[in-house]
Design a protein around this ligand. Sequence first.
Ligand code: ADP
Length: 622
Amino acid sequence: MSDSGTTHEFQAETKKLLDIVINSLYTERDIFIRELISNSSDALEKMRHESLTKEDVFDDNVPLEVNIDLDDEKHTMTITDTGIGMTRAELETNLGTIAHSGSGNFVAELAEAARKDVSLIGQFGVGFYAAFMAGKKVTVQSRSWDGSEGHEWVSDGGGSFTIKECPGLHRGTRIIIELKDDAHDYAKKWKVENIIKQYSTFVPFPIKLEGETVNTVQAIWTRSKNEISDEEYNDFYKFIGNATDEPHYRLHFSVDAPLAINAVLFVPKENFEAMGFGRVEPGVNLYCQRVLIDQHSENILPEWLRFLKGVVDSEDLPLNISRQSLQDNALVMKLRKVITKRFLKFLAEEAKRDSDYYLDFWNTFGIYIKEGVTSDYEFQKELAQLVRFESSRSEDGKPTSLAEYVERMGDEQEEIYYINGPTRAAIEAGPYVEMFNKKGIEIIYTMEPIDDFVLNHLGEFDGKKLVSADRADLDLSKSGDADSDDDSTEKLGEDAGGELIAWLKEKLEDKVADVIESKRLVDSPAMIVNPDGFMTSSMERIMAASRMEKGLSPEASKKNLEINLASPLIKQLAELVKEDEGFAAEVAAQIYDNAMIQAGLVVDPMVMVERNYKILTRAVGA
Ligand code: ADP
């Protein structure tokens, strides 16, 4: 068939992406070279892998490299690689659609980033389409390693591209860029050389600019630590992480047993997921003897370490392992365990070495550690050392570790206590901490919705149970300062107290599971506690919200109401019951609502406000 070519429309999302690339990313133009070299490098990695594991590979004798040629008169740049190349069908799908899963989201997030701060674009890797930042016309000639005939793809970045046969090509891909009028600089050697040095030094294949190799081709992770400067490490981080910041932490380690591992791991400075850019992809690549086995590997580290960037190289892995079989490969699982433990140990050491610097990490990436606790039982013990919370003894904004809490605990105290609230101030003004303060017992403040789940999952630390202070069966009688127990304030007498409690039970029957005399309120008249030892009010709130999101009723479980028989309000209420029972019932309902609000639980605001006005009206004597 003589092939005059076929014309194809770009997929709709690709058109949008091209529009952003061409019109918004002007200031970040240099990165197009990085993106194309990175594609070439991927194609070369795949080729290296194939030629190591298969026989009779087409064009097997050509060296694996990238060649860049410039023509300053015709204003063109040509990037040629000897990688796996593309068949006609691959040209059509790979360079016509967006490969990312959820490409719609990807484009929307990219558009948002372009609007906010174009320097964030680096994180996204717009890939091949970046060629249109500098090119008015882009030609791709490619021949697949399967030996089938080569083809040529051409587009001006508008709505369509054409593909036709192109005989006589070697294996690999050549991209010819006709530079835009204002981008002629990219045909100048000094300019291109600087860009390659800035972005692509660590590409593991020779990059030849006009015949001269411009990068050093040595895997940094196989070199000895003391030969590598901070600057080299940072440059490497920027290269593999597509990053512009410097890493917060770095861990370079080599072990021989139980497995041979060379790894360099980086913690970035920024948390892009928290900045609203969607879920980050895993950032660690898996190598075997310097051959890339799995880029952005989902298998080499647990999901909750997806914020890490870096490489893991193990010569114990078989080279011909397929990407599919990585998932349940016993060796990979073992690697994963060893590396994860090593990294968590590293974090614990760093936390000891410089706790303030660790807190910066915690504030940015702590959420992943918490995710680890709630999703991964395997590393719970190590993770428990890493979590940080504020507490009644910690300074505002300076969370403490569970180990430090235990160190400060009195001998008689057997449990670790915590209570949830929206802020430090709200918790400290609430009823739950009263007895803790009086007895001088430290209590942890959990201020994020996930925190109670985290502590619940941990269950205990250092043999001490983790207990929420809103539990009904909390017993502080043996802990803390014992002198504080003798109560000088006069309580409602036993009979009157018993009567009032019975009356409250009757009036609040629909709302509460039980009404009981509190042994731990100091000033507040009442509080809500959870008879179900597993559930805390904070967890209840989250589960109710998720039920409501699904259109179900919140269905909260009934709580206990604890009342403080020494509180003037409660004492006076006992009198009021005798004088005006109807009004006393309104007051009781209001006390219950107030306690619910202090527990962070939902009440009906309409009913509550109306009742509140009724009570106020009587208070002002109207
Ligand atoms: P990404 O690299 O993120 O997958 P790109 O848009 O850069 O996205 O490229 C899309 C696909 O086109 C790649 O996944 C790859 O399959 C193919 N491709 C791009 N450049 C080359 C190349 N130089 N050699 C072989 N295949 C390539």
